[in-house]
Design a protein around this ligand. Sequence first.
Ligand SMILES: [Ca+2]
Ligand SMILES: [Ca+2]
Length: 460
Amino acid sequence: MQRYKLLCLSALLAFVLPFAATAQIEPDSEGHYFDPKQGAEANPTGNVDWSLERDNAPLKAKPGLRGTPIAPASSYGLPSAVHNGTSKYYRRPVINQKGNSCGITSRVTNMMAYELNAYRDKDGSLEENMLPPHFAFVPAYNGGVAKETYAKLVGIPDAVTYGGSITSSIYGGPYSETSNNYGRMQGYDKWYKAMFNRISNNPGFPNSCMTAAGALAWKRWLYNHNGDTDFHSGGVIGIGIGSDGMELADIPSTTANDAAGVSGLKYISHFGTSVDHAVLIVGYDDRIEFDLDGDGVYGESSNALGQNETGAWIVGNSWGSWGNDGFAYIPYALADATSQSTTSSGVTCYKAKGSGWTGEVYKIRKDYRPLRTLKASVAYSKRSEISIALGVAQDISATAPEKTLTLVNHNYHGDCDGDGVDAEVPMLGQWADGKLHGEAMEFGYDITDFTSQFDTHRPL
Ligand SMILES: [Ca+2]
Ligand SMILES: [Ca+2]
């Protein structure tokens, strides 16, 4: 396989190339896609943000407090129920993901767009406020450029700019994570617009939501971003679940559930046994009662399985109208990516298999605007052979850069089948018109952070 490092700012060769087929992925019998690689979404590690528990003074964080009674939110001045999926900032209608794109759909299309809209007070049902998953879906699997890296360093274009809220009427799709020919966005102005939609970080909570400290931190984030008054509503939280084998059931009609208006709505009675799907937690409801051990008694504080039968998280999925118009409840006692079956009162019941989610959040860059950008035009016949890097020096007569930067939007990208042979695909790939586009790819790249140490009043 050829490998060339391309120091940017010039246009290269253009070729006319033959047509290439799009790889297909298949849904299961219910039309859903599963992806074992999403297991990493369950509990992001190594990026813990203790400030997410900064107001938990009444509860000293003690990892391992599983089973500790979790006090109602009202004891801490929080509402007994929050559902950000009903907020105008959440994408509506709920997206029905295309392909194996649950990771980027849950995190970018649902979480990142929601957080930006909640900060900017923008309507999540309008395309101008949506972030399409298939802009960065394939790159998120190609060359180690995670979706978070795109969200941090490149940005995500809105759906109007991209030409579609899921796939693009211009650049094509849907793509699979092994697509060689995926279409790429064309034009500096579009890449420039994407630079405004960015995150600074994607930290995880310190403690599991099955601990008292973790559950309270989640509720504070869901209610009002843990007291961040810059936002117009609460936050959402990313998790991973075992969706293959997961089942829904109806919330039973009891006095408490009738009063809460949730009787007959769907809850997840158990998950599968391995993590394969990425979703969001969008709210909680302390009022709901279940009978998780099947003994006919609802809302026990400690049932025959040692479970608290009161309260539920609210999950936001990406399977269209699934559950309650895209959402479902998860009993607090089952708040783990996977479940295991057991028997109690002579019936099959379920317990959490692990120790619960820690959860991940996206911290957006508020009011961000790029101050210095790169505008580049690059053509090449086998895009996966090249990496594009930028060199900079304060002395404009310098012959060598003081500092270099490999651009994450093109670092040997564009051939995802892993067969070791570079595909004959040009920079822009194949578009919705079915043609491979060999013209030069024009893009922008935000170098504000990269050049922040240099004098902004002088040329570089
Ligand atoms: Ca019970
Ligand atoms: Ca290949």
